[in-house]
Design a protein around this ligand. Structure first.
Ligand SMILES: Nc1ncnc2c1ncn2[C@@H]1O[C@H](COP(=O)(O)OP(=O)(O)OP(=O)(O)O)[C@@H](O)[C@H]1O
Ligand SMILES: Cc1cn([C@H]2C[C@H](O)[C@@H](COP(=O)(O)O)O2)c(=O)[nH]c1=O
Length: 210
C-alpha cells in the first residue's frame, strides 16, 4: 500500500519544495495522479495546527502530540485514500522530521517519539525518502535570499546549532535505513538534483509497476 509514498526531508531551505514540483511534473507526464502535500499540514485542520506548531512556543510533549495529531488527520483524509486509489503521494516532510527536529535537535526521547509514530502511522511509511543534505550556512543563505525574515518560523529562528543538530539527525536516520533513504547533495544545481531524482523514480517506478 505504501509503494507510491515518497517523502522529501532535510533542513529548512535545502530545496525540497523545488524538487517536489519537478517530480510531480515528471510523474504527471507519465499519466499518474500525484498528490503533493506537506507536514505539518496537508488538511484544513492540519494547516490550522501548523500555524500553532510553527509560531507558538510550547512544551516538547505538546509539540510532538500536535504534530502527530496533524499527521493522523493527514493520513486518514489525504494520504491513505490517495494511496488506496493508486495515486503517488509526494510528501514535503513526514515522520523523519519529527525524529530529527523533536528528537535529535530538541533532545526529545527518541524511543517515545518512535512509539507515538508507530501508533499514529502504523504501516503507512514512505517507500522512498529523498534527503536533501546541505550545509546549514548554505541553507540559511538560500532562505535569506528567498524570503523576508518576518516570514520565518520558530524552527528557522532557532539558530545554526539547532539546524546543525537537525542535519546530523537526518544523516543518522539515513545511515540506519540506507534502503529507504537516498541522500542527495543539495548543494548541486537544481537541474542536476532533478536528474538524479528522475533516474531514481524511473527505477523505482519500474519496480512498482511489476
Ligand atoms: N539546488 C539549488 N541550488 C540553489 N538554490 C536552490 C536549489 N534548490 C532550491 N533553491 C532555492 O533555495 C530556496 C529554498 O528552496 P525550497 O523552497 O525548495 O526549499 P525547502 O527545502 O522546501 O525549504 P523549507 O524547508 O524552508 O520549506 C528557494 O529560493 C529555491 O529557489
Ligand atoms: C513535519 C515536521 C516539521 N517540523 C518543522 C520543520 C520546519 O521547520 C517546519 C515546517 O516548515 P516547512 O517550511 O514546511 O519545511 O516544521 C518539525 O519540527 N517536526 C515535524 O515533524
Amino acid at each position: 500500500m505504501t509503494l507510491r509514498f515518497i517523502s522529501f526531508e532535510g533542513i529548512d531551505g535545502a530545496g525540497k519544495s523545488t524538487q517536489i514540483a519537478a517530480a510531480r511534473v515528471w510523474l504527471e507526464c507519465r499519466g499518474f495522479e500525484v498528490v503533493a502535500t506537506r507536514e505539518p499540514g496537508g488538511t484544513p485542520l492540519g494547516e490550522r495546527l501548523r500555524e500553532l506548531i510553527l509560531q507558538q512556543s510550547m512544551a516538547p510533549d505538546t509539540e510532538a502530540l500536535l504534530i502527530n495529531a496533524a499527521r493522523a488527520e493527514h493520513l486518514a483524509t489525504v494520504i491513505r485514500p490517495a494511496l488506496e486509489r493508486g495515486a503517488w503521494v509526494l510528501c514535503d516532510r513526514f515522520a523523519d522530521s519529527t525524529l530529527a527536529y523533536q528528537g535529535y535537535a530538541k533532545g526529545g526521547d527518541l524511543a517515545q517519539l518512535r512509539r507515538l509514530q508507530r501508533d499514529v502511522v502504523g504501516s503507512t511509511l514512505p517507500r522512498r525518502t529523498y534527503l536533501f543534505d546541505l550545509s546549514v550556512s548554505d541553507a540559511a543563505a538560500r532562505r535569506a535570499a528567498g524570503r523576508e525574515q518576518a516570514e520565518s518560523d520558530k524552527f528557522e529562528r532557532a539558530g545554526a546549532s539547532f539546524q546543525e543538530r537537525v542535519r546530523l539527525g537526518f544523516q543518522a536516520l539515513a545511515a540506519a535505513e540506507p534502503g529507504r533513504f537516498m541522500v542527495l547533495d543539495a548543494g548541486l544545481p537544481p537541474a542536476t538534483i532533478q536528474a538524479q531524482i528522475e533516474t531514481d523514480l524511473a527505477l523505482f517506478h519500474a519496480q512498482v509497476a511489476v
